[in-house]
Write a protein that binds this ligand. Structure first.
Ligand code: SF4
Ligand code: SF4
Length: 272
């Protein structure tokens, strides 16, 4: 199998793009401090594979987190793809790679003022799944070259800064600990997050206003997704269908119920 064949297989699993980059050769990157990379650990690795899952948001007033639902779908697609590759004899390891650092270093995309990766054609509405690929009999993958240049948009735009409900973007740049996204994967959120949150499981405000995403039209969620995120059901603690959609790992400790209660307390049900 080679790069082109793997791209076709990835597309069959629902991925919109696949980038082939060198393995990380740095221990840590300031933008992704939670990923501590041991460069010695995978001497067999030849390629970092970045799989791109592209998605459209749901209307903001639905409060349904399209990102997390697609993240869950892309995770399962990646597991299925990896199984197929392994069955074909490909040496690989699914693991979290320092995507921001790789994307910047190898010219795959740009990092915006809101700290998000923007890819040509996809904007910031993407989920990455990653794995390392090695050399094995009959299989040869190699890094490719990419030449995306800084587009200069952030130099003349302040849309995300003006719209951020948490004031996480300002003169000092993007401040990760003020950003709601920073807390989503943890066991619970600080109280201030519940009080300014507008979407379940995070915040998509700076993506909604970003001109890099202007071509991506929000789509209506399917009925079963709407039902899973019914605010009254969630407020009553019936969260299982929604947890299955976004992944159980991120939704423990009654987070969805607490979010729904906060939305109701703020009277947002009447605005729908
Ligand atoms: S909204 Fe404007 S300033 Fe913010 S990331 Fe997008 S282009 Fe850059
Ligand atoms: S995700 Fe929300 S809180 Fe974080 S920078 Fe964007 S608008 Fe602000």
């Amino acid at each position: 199998m080679n790069n082109e064949e793997l791209k076709r297989l990835a597309a069959a699993h629902g991925f919109a793009e696949a980038y082939f980059l060198p393995p990380p050769d740095f221990a840590r990157h300031e933008d992704e401090p939670h990923i501590v990379w041991n460069t010695e650990e995978h001497p067999w690795a030849r390629v970092s594979l970045l799989l791109v899952w592209s998605y459209a948001p749901y209307p903001a007033d639905s409060r349904i987190p399209s990102y997390y639902i697609n993240s869950n779908s892309s995770y399962h697609a990646c597991v299925a793809l990896a199984r197929e590759l392994e069955a074909a004899g490909v040496r690989l390891k699914r693991c979290e790679l320092p995507v921001k650092a790789l994307v910047q270093r190898y010219g795959v995309g740009v990092i915006g003022r809101n700290s998000l990766i923007a890819l040509p054609g996809f904007g910031t509405r993407v989920v990455f799944q990653t794995m390392l690929l090695g050399k094995a009999d009959g299989h040869g993958f190699s890094p490719e070259e990419y030449h995306v240049k800084e587009d200069g948009l952030c130099a003349v735009c302040r849309a995300c800064e003006n719209a951020c409900p948490a004031h996480a973007i300002g003169e000092a740049g993007y401040e990760v600990e003020k950003c709601m996204r920073y807390y989503m994967d943890g066991a619970d959120y600080p109280e201030w997050v519940y009080s300014v949150q507008r979407t379940h499981m995070g915040c998509e405000v700076c993506q909604a206003v970003c001109p890099r995403n202007a071509h991506i039209v929000p789509v209506e969620p399917p009925e079963e997704i709407k039902a899973a995120f019914d605010i009254n059901a969630l407020a009553e603690g019936r969260t299982k269908p929604a947890r299955l959609l976004v992944g159980k790992n991120f939704t423990g400790n009654g987070k969805l119920q607490k979010e729904a209660l906060h939305f109701l307390m703020r009277g947002e049900e009447g605005e729908r």
